[in-house]
Design a protein around this ligand. Structure first.
Ligand SMILES: [Zn+2]
Length: 170
């Protein structure tokens, strides 16, 4: 989807929605992997539901601009950064954009509204991905105390060592 259609969507106050699989969001997949998420099954199950809706135009200073909202819902298979157990995070976020080529001062100062270049070439995947990367919680941990795993220089904890301890407890 191009920005020409963003403008069309905004002007006609139409709605479009869809579902994006993680395969369409390679930068998000990379960010998840960098956070230690390496469960292929959990990664392949990620999908992002989005709704984009044209809103009534809004004034920023003296300039009236076409407006869009973008809402997205997903559950990210994050892991606790202390004990490395899965700790999925539900994300439900909404953003507003004004469409313009040169944002007026009043728009730049508005912290709740971002802007989309009317002439830029980027698809909705890229926009959804940009916003998700900014909203991505990078240091999730269990609220209650969990036991930090002893990790030796990048090595994964050995599951057999855990089994051995269990047997000793008997
Ligand atoms: Zn934990």
């Amino acid at each position: 989807m191009s920005n020409v259609r963003y403008l069309e969507l905004a002007r006609q106050q139409k709605k479009t929605e869809g579902v994006l699989e993680l395969a369409l969001l390679p930068r998000l997949e990379q960010a998840l992997r960098e956070l230690g998420v390496d469960d292929a099954q959990a990664l392949s199950a990620v999908s992002v539901v989005y709704q984009m809706q044209g809103l009534p135009p809004r004034y920023f200073g003296d300039t009236q601009l076409p407006m869009l909202s973008l809402a997205m819902q997903t559950t990210l298979p994050l892991i606790c950064q202390r004990c490395f157990a899965p700790l999925p995070q539900a994300l439900d976020a909404q953003f507003e954009f004004a469409i313009c080529d040169e944002p007026p001062e009043a728009l730049l100062e508005d912290e709740d509204v971002d802007w989309l270049e009317a002439g830029a070439e980027s698809g909705i995947e890229s926009l959804v991905e940009d916003e998700l990367l900014m909203a991505l919680p990078i240091a999730v941990m269990h609220e209650e105390e969990c036991t930090p795993l002893q990790k030796s220089s990048g090595e994964k904890p050995n599951p057999f060592a855990v089994l051995k301890n269990l047997k000793l407890d008997k």
